[in-house]
Design a protein around this ligand. Structure first.
Ligand code: AMP
Length: 384
């Protein structure tokens, strides 16, 4: 354990420190201060931490450092494998590898593969890849077609292992583990522990260094929450009013259904506010593109179903609006947690119809926080 939170003290080489600097990470987060030295020492890691803790960089940096010191492998024999539960997370982790590896004198080829898009381009792109980020199902398909081999893997990471199990990937994971060489370094990250995770950690990890980061680094208190009581038919103009009056340049709007997400987007566009929908009925290509342009600040409004509320990290998102409330208080917290992350302040606004007033009280009670409710009956929404 180290008390020094500077990256320079953690044993990383200059090109990585330069890339960290470019990301404006001034200090290592607690999980990074603990995981990085242990991982560099070749230890197995059990990290109990959630999205928002900085866990991604905590495994990305040591992997990059360690792989610069290993000899070249045959093509398609990857050296590091990161298993993730979702396509979005795969793409996101892939991006972090690109960013933090950008200053290495010898580029380490990294690729993220996932289902829902055609497999052929992935098969071709795997040539020369050393670090592979993958969802379990697509990885098995790629192995079947001999596009990639796991027998030279030196480092295995399971990211969001609990979610992988929840999504029913146990069988795929077991198949994959059987293809790995016996001698390797393992890191497992999970937000929660439980029987199933315990069985995997016992089987997978050897004398792991256990690192637990309690809660997300974002706290509910760093989010400025408010609510507007509004008749259902006035929600649409009220949304436009809020976006315009508060000069929102980047706002994530949540709806409960795919249909509603599409209709909100349609109305925003018809009123000259640029918006795109993100939900399960969009193609993977459209989803990736919507997130990419939203993250880059090129898209003003992203209207999403709860698909987008978990795991997706959008740096310092200033505004989240619940156009409709989610059913569970937990999802409410996940949604508003997309703002106010990593020490920046965020604003979360909920539009509450009279029918959902009671449900909103339940959410506040569960959260242990009372939220100011603005009345809107007298608000003139003409022209919005
Ligand atoms: P993660 O938990 O890996 O999804 O990371 C959460 C967010 O924190 C991401 O937006 C990272 O870019 C950011 N982040 C990670 N490490 C640091 C750091 N040391 N300083 C500032 N931001 C960081």
């Amino acid at each position: 354990m180290t008390n020094d939170s500077s990256f320079a003290s953690l044993g990383l080489s200059a090109p990585l420190l330069k890339a960290i600097d470019l990301q404006h990470y001034t200090e290592a987060y607690p999980i990074q201060a603990e995981v990085i030295p242990a991982a560099l020492a070749g230890k197995d890691i059990l990290g109990i931490a959630q999205t928002g803790s900085g866990k991604t960089a905590s495994f990305v940096l040591p992997i990059l450092e360690l792989l610069t010191k290993t000899p070249a492998a045959k093509s398609r024999y990857i050296k590091a494998l990161v298993l993730v539960p979702t396509r979005e997370l795969a793409a996101q982790v892939g991006e972090v590898f690109q960013q933090l590896g950008s200053k290495l004198p010898q580029k380490i080829k990294t690729l993220a593969v996932f289902g829902g898009v055609s497999i052929n381009p992935q098969m071709m792109a795997l040539h020369g890849v050393e670090i592979l980020i993958a969802t379990p199902g697509r990885l098995l398909d790629l192995i079947d077609s001999k596009a990639v081999h796991l027998s030279e893997v030196k480092i295995l990471v399971l990211d969001e292992a609990d979610k992988m199990l929840n999504l029913g990937f146990k069988e795929e994971m077991t198949k994959l583990f059987a293809l790995l060489p016996a001698k390797r370094q393992n890191m497992l990250f999970s937000a929660t522990l439980g029987k199933e995770i315990d069985s995997i950690t016992e089987f997978l990890l050897q004398n792991p260094v256990r690192i637990e980061i309690k809660g997300e680094t974002f706290s509910i208190d760093s989010i400025d929450q408010s609510a507007y009581l509004v008749a259902e038919e006035r929600k649409s103009p009220l949304l436009r009013y809020l976006i315009k009056k508060q000069e929102m340049k980047q706002v994530l709007v949540f709806t409960s259904s795919v249909h509603k997400a599409d209709s909100v987007v349609k109305k925003l566009n018809a009123n000259g506010i640029q918006a795109v929908a993100l939900h399960s009925e969009k193609s993977q290509g459209a989803r990736t593109e919507a997130l990419r342009s939203f993250k880059a600040g090129k898209l003003r409004v992203l209207v999403a179903t709860d698909l987008a509320s978990r795991g997706i990290d959008i740096q310092s998102l200033p505004f989240v609006i619940n156009y409709e409330l989610p059913r569970s208080p937990k999802d409410y917290i996940h949604r508003i947690g997309r703002t106010g992350r990593a020490a920046s302040v965020g604003i979360a606004i909920s539009l509450i119809s009279p029918a959902s007033e009671h449900h909103f009280k339940v959410i506040q009670k569960k959260m242990g926080k009372q939220i100011v409710m603005h009345q809107t009956d007298d608000l003139d929404l003409k022209g919005f």
